[in-house]
Design a protein around this ligand. Structure first.
Ligand code: AHR
Length: 486
């Protein structure tokens, strides 16, 4: 592998390390927010342990309130005195009653506590242009108006600084079952009235729906100032949508299939980028992968509508691979948000009453935080294949960046049976020392669990000194490794 430090130029936005929190299962209630009267230690109702863990992981951005929930959400129900807020039925996620005790103020207070940029998703599916534009005004306006008066009455004198606004979610599906032509026209209409210096994100395609991307780009870029980003949703399934397999109970065929499917993200980014290049050759419009990650069957005995799943070393590899791919395409991928932050799908945190578990995925985000706002270094990687049952995939996946004179290279060894030896050539810069960190474990389905010792976490990793611009590294089987060079 050659690391071309002399060719580094593209910024890896910290927002690529973003997260997503929906009103779904126990992501918000129980996971993030327990209310001020809870026995669980909290600051203004927000779990202290979760706040501390997210700060340590350096969470840069949080998307809210959905997901499918966003296109059912009426923001005015979630402001003002809590006991006067109306409730609603969460039609997509378990049909539970949502009491709206976590609303705009709570979300923005939480973002302030965890030092993350907020990203709010507006309701296009069941909302109106007026409702959306009033939400933007309520949150961001400095002027005197009924909306800003209402905000002040609710205790927030100054506007919040919210730059990222999504206009609808999955409008090809739960967000209104629209055609791309119809949605693109609606997007232009909503975006016209959600003004100001905002970063507006259009609801983009599902996986490889290239026609959706083409129609959306064609119609929205006619009014170029109205669109700053287009979303892409793509989850990883080991088998099929109907039977997604178990998060923990799998053998090598489940390991191989999951990693092979994860690598498809590269093709998706390349193909969607080609379409975006036709309408935006200067790459000004960001590809926003605002939902990604492993989606398995729910844990036995849990509510099927709550999407609660455990998280193993396999998830660590899936996170590491995806983040390397996003880094390597940072010229187009401006933001990405793993689904979801706490207790839902591929979470970084699981909670059970007052207990908290940090998952293998958490440790990957913590390890990879060195890439946030760093400059991408192009790399050439030639490696052998990992073969299983007559199929093969590249055994190693990597990305590199530089920040403050330190070069960081992250590797994933996808092979669960064999170490991979890497000869690193460091072009363009002299290095005197190298250090390393590793995430691995004895078994591919090892996970961290409540009441048990933590087994999948970051450990230090011995690396030799670089000599004459070369460094040899042995990546242990099924591992995620960070090498830093100075
Ligand atoms: O993350 C769970 C759901 O997956 C989201 O609500 C939706 O946007 C997607 O289909």
């Amino acid at each position: 592998m050659t690391v071309h430090t002399d060719l580094a130029k593209t910024k890896i936005n910290k927002e690529i390390y973003g997260h997503f929190a929906e009103h779904l299962g126990h992501c918000i209630y129980g996971g993030i927010y327990v209310g001020e009267d809870s026995q669980i230690p909290n600051v203004k109702g927000f779990r202290e342990d979760v706040v501390g863990a997210l700060l340590d992981m350096k969470i840069p951005l949080l998307r809210w309130p959905g997901g499918c929930f966003a296109d059912t959400y009426h923001w005015k129900d979630g402001i003002g005195p809590r006991q006067q807020r109306p409730s609603m039925v969460n039609i997509h996620w378990g049909g539970v009653t949502e009491d709206n005790s976590f609303g705009t103020h709570e979300f923005l207070d939480f973002c302030k506590l965890i030092k993350a940029e907020p990203y709010i998703n507006l309701n296009v599916g069941s909302g109106t242009v007026q409702e959306a534009s009033e939400w933007v005004e309520y949150v961001t306006s400095k002027n005197i108006s009924p909306m800003t008066d209402l905000r002040k009455k609710n205790g927030q004198e100054e506007p919040w600084n919210v730059k990222f606004w999504g206009i609808g979610n999955e409008n090809w599906g739960c967000g209104g079952n629209m055609t791309p032509e119809y949605y693109a026209d609606l997007y232009n209409r909503f975006a016209s009235y959600c003004g100001g210096n905002l970063y507006r994100i259009a609801g983009g395609p599902n996986v490889d729906d290239y026609n959706w991307m083409d129609v959306l780009m064609k119609k929205t870029t006619r009014h170029r100032h109205l669109v700053q980003g287009v979303s892409l949703h793509s989850y990883t399934f080991t088998t099929s949508w109907e039977d997604k397999g178990s998060a923990t109970d799998f053998d090598e065929s489940g390991w191989f299939a999951d990693l092979k499917n994860t690598l498809k993200m590269e093709t998706l980014i390349q193909e969607h980028s080609k379409i975006m290049d036709k309408y935006d050759p200067e790459k000004k419009i960001g590809l926003i992968v605002d939902e990604w990650g492993n989606w398995f069957n729910v844990e036995p005995g849990t509510n099927p509508g709550f999407l609660y799943q455990q998280n193993t070393l396999r998830d660590a590899l899936v996170a590491g691979i995806n983040l390397n791919l996003f880094n390597n395409h940072a010229d187009r991928v401006a933001m990405a948000n793993i689904a979801q932050a706490v207790n839902v799908l591929q979470s970084v945190i699981l909670t059970k009453e007052d207990e908290m578990v940090l998952t293998p995925t958490y440790y990957v985000f913590k390890m990879y935080s060195v890439h946030q706002d760093a400059t991408l270094i192009p790399t050439d990687l030639k490696c052998e294949n990992y073969e299983f049952n007559g199929k093969s995939i590249p055994a190693v996946n990597a990305s590199a960046s530089t920040k403050d004179g330190v070069v960081s290279v992250t590797f994933c060894n996808l092979n669960p049976n064999k170490k991979e030896s890497i000869d690193l050539t460091l072009a363009g810069q002299e290095f005197k020392s190298a250090s390393g960190q590793i995430i691995t474990s004895k078994n591919m389905n090892d996970c961290n669990d409540f009441g048990k010792d933590e087994i999948v976490k970051i450990n230090s990793f011995e690396v030799k000194k670089p000599k004459n611009g070369k460094l040899s590294i042995d990546l242990p089987a099924k591992s995620v490794v960070l090498i830093q060079l100075k």
